[in-house]
Design a protein around this ligand. Structure first.
Ligand code: CTP
Ligand code: K
Ligand code: MG
Length: 192
């Protein structure tokens, strides 16, 4: 019985970590999807090239980027509004987002995606080409350090090592799943 209850307690702790990681990352997850929905219009690089490839390409637009950051900020606001109620229902605390934390997550996600396109163009990949690993984690790699920089205390309160580990494992799974759904729905040109 002691063993069983220890195992249940351990599982609960893992579940808690997963929920916190997912909640804390939502403002960084949603910008990519919002950019797909809101994208179009003038590309950020204005058509400029570097060497014989585009600087970023037509897939990175001002409108998509603005839509992505806005969606991330709005979602952070909504989650913050419900954080206390959700925490008391769950029996453990989920984060409310400080404005700078929300900005770091949302803007960092878009910046990571833009830097990934820059790398793709430098490595001869056309717009829409896949880059396994980078495609799934580009926004994590930039949004976490940027948030740590902008909202240091908030970041280290919530992004403990176990939460970061869950983020690194969970993000590629969620990314592959949501992009596959967006592709099937005809919202995205490629399933990655
Ligand atoms: N999008 C956008 N602005 C952004 C990011 C995305 O407008 N900052 C839109 C574009 O219409 C883009 C689509 O979302 O084509 C899918 O995003 P993504 O897969 O990131 O871009 P790709 O088209 O694959 O281009 P790249 O190869 O540069 O990643
Ligand atoms: K991308
Ligand atoms: Mg793509």
């Amino acid at each position: 019985l002691v063993k069983a209850s220890r195992r249940i307690a351990a599982n609960m702790a893992v579940l808690e970590t997963v929920v916190i990681a997912f909640w804390a990352m939502l403002p960084a997850y949603v910008p990519n999807n919002a950019a797909v929905l809101g994208g179009g219009g003038r590309p950020i690089d204005g058509g400029r090239t570097l060497g014989d490839a585009r600087l970023l390409g037509d897939g990175k637009t001002w409108r998509g980027t603005a839509a992505g950051i806005t969606a991330g900020l709005v979602l952070a606001g909504v989650l913050t509004f419900f954080a206390d109620d959700v925490s008391s229902v769950l029996g453990f605390a989920v984060p409310a987002f400080e404005p700078l934390a929300a900005l770091g997550l949302a803007a960092g996600a878009m910046l990571g995606d833009i830097l990934a396109s820059f790398l793709k163009r430098r490595t001869g990949r056309q717009r829409g080409a896949m880059f396994p690993g980078l495609d799934q984690l580009d926004f994590v790699v930039v949004s976490l350090p940027l948030t740590a920089l902008l909202a240091t205390q908030w970041f280290f309160t919530w992004f403990t090592w176990d939460v970061i580990l869950v983020v690194v494992v969970l993000t590629p799974i969620l990314h592959v799943t949501t992009n596959m759904i967006a592709y099937k729905l005809g919202l995205k040109n490629e399933p990655w």
